[in-house]
Ligand binder design. Structure first.
Ligand code: MIG
Length: 784
């Protein structure tokens, strides 16, 4: 280990260069729009300065000033807190961060832990041989109270402190409490101290590690195996500001097509065309909403991507059409592993053009995955991405609506006859992607594959919004794909585990994500599926999926009362669509997640800091799912302010805990007083996002406000914002409705849990505590 010492510095207007004996560094001030970021970039050899970013594009470099102070330098610019540094030995202070060392060499605690299992010497040697003597770490002082959030998709609870987290995309189907890493790679943390927060993004694609006060309680560190360390400091001061700024840096999700927010049904696999259609018909027969039916790997012939099995799916275009007639879209899986088979055009063409990943000897690298012998497209090359994108024409011509990218860590059962360790079933680090080693670009494979797919769909069907679901991804994946959390199990523990996992994904910029509802592996059952479906109503991505090795879990699989409960849940999802779609627009414009931990909205309240078993959908709706078998009641924490229980409208006061019943028929929900949630009537499937029937559920509060984004739900035409505002004071409710949408059949406000009004200006109905007010006139007044 070497510690960094710098002996001289030069300020070149837009950057500060530091020179040391074994390491050089520079500081930069970067901007995207109004947002400012400090960048610290460290490297050992001059040639490594050619390092490119795979995620960040189009940032502006700004000048900043460098002031000499006793013992060091102060970097100053407007719009971002200053940075103080000393050169020999190197350290810096920024916001709450006190970095005290920069070291070179391999990360001590790593190595053995991640790559060991029985017969993996080859893999160990390959990896070690490649990175020995390289690698850089930044160490900082820990405070006793600091918490960490982010890091993408992880096991564990909300606060990520106290563990060593590895960034290495991994197909790990065993989500044990300590499993790490999983499929996604987000080298990003939000550090929170009290109510203040700042962020760190490590823009390095190599394997990296975040040791958050785990190996030593008073020290944290981040390490990259690569030859440079490229770090972005993201200002707060609130966690929400960090998320907003981080997503300004790495990118925000485009607005999805409305149908993607509907309910999805999947199974590994619906193996025959007739079966797939029958499943969709069953949804209609049983009055269950459904927007998309998914085809897993068995639709293909010999697991060859871009083919359909002539025996089992003889007429895919007819299937897509018949599903379409039921209002159901078709989504198909596309894995990256291309079957190596003479005469298979995808292989032949890719082979002739040299599009596949190569081995150390510069031959096509052959491994094994579903189609047996397989090769992997090298998505680091722009030309390959274009080619791959274009291949999707075979699906778009059929009318397939979306693409599901699986196995893109990439997963490999074996490579060149060698079985990698179970935890590392991927390509060897020495594999070649053009000029890059797999060690360098492994973590980007899912991101680049999704990008190829997304851009391909965009080119093939410019009038439609692409829909891609990906298992693997890197920071910024949200620009191209939604993600699901991979192979969970039908365990109550995994229902609960989905919460901190999805909440931290949201904080990491992945606003659209979901876990397999009902659980993928193991045996689901009625109660679990019913509870999970109700929770899934509030996942941005709502899909029921199960493994071929486990029993069926379509909504009707366990009979009544579960089917009825699940039907209610699905119908409620469709009621929520106006709110969900408005939040989707907020995610696209601000980067904010739909599913939010309470600490994002109440960072000043310590009781929210570790709370993962209840969450917010947007800022206004608190969701507190039942998480255990036979649960009848649960504790719900309400932060400061007034609240209304959603179903009955009972007034609740925070801060404090309340106990709410958890009947199967409805999930506990609490609405923030003063909010108005746009809802609609349930429908069998989505159409457009102009709501003919609009119902604002108003939670009485002094100031009332709600807004609604509407558009075609598809395509690029811009939409409109409508607003409901008003007040409730001294027994008088006033509402003003500013409608900028399309003509409607009905628009009303719904207030629950109130006494019969004395006087209403406007037409209304009052039935058993529920007041419905006609808003079509634009204004109403109610006096109690
Ligand atoms: O090795 O395509 O996570 O959702 O159903 C299993 C079959 C491959 C893993 C995915 C799962 C999918 C399954 N795939």
């Amino acid at each position: 280990m070497h510690e960094a010492r710098f002996h001289s510095w030069h300020h070149h207007d837009t950057h500060l260069e530091l020179e040391g004996t074994w390491v050089q560094a520079s500081f930069h001030l970067l901007a995207r729009g109004e947002e400012r970021f400090w960048r610290l970039w460290v490297w050992q050899r001059l040639e490594d300065r050619t390092k490119r970013s795979w995620v960040l594009e189009g940032l502006e470099e700004l000048p900043f000033s460098v002031v000499e102070e006793p013992g060091g330098l102060r970097l100053e610019a407007s719009g971002i807190p200053p940075l103080r540094l000393t050169l020999d030995p190197f350290d810096f202070r920024w916001e709450g961060l006190e970095a005290y060392a920069l070291e070179g060499g391999r990360f001590r605690e790593l190595g053995a832990a991640t790559l060991t299992s029985s017969n993996e010497t080859t893999w160990r040697e390959l990896y070690d041989g490649l990175t020995l003597g390289v690698g850089l770490s930044l160490l900082w002082k820990e405070t006793p109270q600091r918490r960490y959030y982010g890091l993408g998709e992880r096991t564990g609870f909300l606060d990520k402190r106290g563990r060593v987290w590895t960034n290495w995309a991994t197909d790990n189907p065993q989500h044990h409490p300590d499993a790490d890493p999983l499929y996604q790679v987000h080298p990003f943390v939000i550090a929170a101290e009290g109510q203040e927060a700042w962020g760190l993004y490590l823009d390095e694609s190599w394997r990296s590690v975040f040791d958050l006060a785990a190996s030593e309680p008073e020290r944290s560190l981040l390490h990259t195996d690569g030859p440079t360390l490229d770090l972005y400091l993201i200002p707060g001061p609130s966690p929400k500001e960090v998320v907003r700024r981080y997503t300004a840096l790495v990118g925000r999700p485009p607005l999805p097509p409305l149908w993607a927010l509907g309910y999805h049904q999947c199974r590994y696999s619906y193996t025959h065309q007739a079966e797939a259609l029958a499943v969709a018909q069953e949804f209609r027969r049983r009055g269950l909403p459904l927007d998309a039916l998914w085809l897993d790997i068995d639709y293909m012939e010999g697991y060859k991507v871009f083919t359909f099995s002539p025996g089992r799916f003889p007429d895919p275009s007819r299937l897509v059409r018949e599903l379409g007639e039921l209002g159901v879209r078709t989504v198909v899986i596309v894995d990256p592993g291309v079957k190596r088979e003479g005469g298979y055009p995808v292989y032949e063409e890719g082979h002739q053009k040299g599009y596949f990943v190569r081995n150390l000897q510069d031959q096509e690298l052959v491994g094994e995955v579903w189609p047996k012998e397989a090769v992997w497209p090298d998505f680091t090359q722009e030309e390959v991405r274009r080619w791959w994108g274009e291949l999707h024409r075979s699906y778009t011509d059929l009318g397939v609506a979306g693409i599901w990218n699986d196995m893109n860590e990439p997963a490999a059962f074996s490579v060149e006859g060698v079985r990698p360790p179970f935890q590392n079933r991927t390509l060897p680090p020495t594999a070649r992607h053009g000029g890059y080693t797999h060690a360098e670009v492994h973590n980007l494979y899912g991101l680049l594959m999704s990008r190829a797919t997304y851009e391909g769909l965009q080119r093939l069907r410019p009038e439609r919004r692409p829909f891609v679901l990906s298992r693997s991804g890197f920071s910024g994946i949200q620009r191209y794909a939604w993600i699901w959390t991979g192979d969970n199990h039908s365990y109550w523990e995994h229902l609960e585990a989905s919460l901190p996992m999805l909440l931290n994904l949201g904080l990491s910029g992945v606003a659209f994500a979901g876990a397999d509802i009902g659980g993928f592996s193991a045996e689901s059952h009625g109660e679990l599926l019913a509870r999970w479906t109700w929770l899934g109503v509030f996942y941005p991505f709502m899909r029921n999926h199960s493994s071929r090795a486990s029993r069926r879990q379509e909504p009707w699989s366990f009979g009544e009362p579960w089917l009825g409960v699940i039907r209610e849940a699905l119908r409620f999802r469709y009621r929520l669509l106006p709110y969900l779609y408005t939040l989707a627009q907020e995610a696209a414009s601000e980067g904010l997640p739909l599913m939010r931990p309470l600490m994002l909205e109440w960072p000043e309240d310590p009781l929210t800091w570790h709370l993962h078993d209840q969450f917010l959908l947007g800022a206004d709706l608190l969701v507190a799912p039942a998480l255990r078998p036979k649960e009848t009641h649960r504790l719900v924490y309400l932060p400061e302010g007034s609240w209304r229980e959603f179903w009955e409208g009972k007034e609740l006061q925070g801060p404090g805990h309340v106990v709410l019943p958890t009947p199967f028929e409805r999930i506990p929900l609490v609405q923030r007083a003063g909010s108005a949630l746009p809802l609609t009537e349930p429908a069998p499937h989505t159409t457009d996002a102009y709501w003919e029937e609009l119902v604002w559920q108003v939670a009485l509060g002094e100031e009332i406000y709600g807004r609604l984004y509407e558009d075609e739900g598809e395509g690029a035409a811009s939409g409109s914002w409508s607003e409901l505002s008003g007040s409730y004071r001294e027994g008088v409710l006033r509402l003003r409705w500013l409608d900028r949408g399309h003509p409607r059949q009905r628009v009303e406000a719904l207030v629950r849990g109130v006494l019969p009004p004395r006087e209403v200006r406007g037409s209304y109905r009052y039935v058993e505590g529920v007041l419905s007010l006609d808003l079509s006139g634009g204004e109403v007044e109610v006096i109690w």
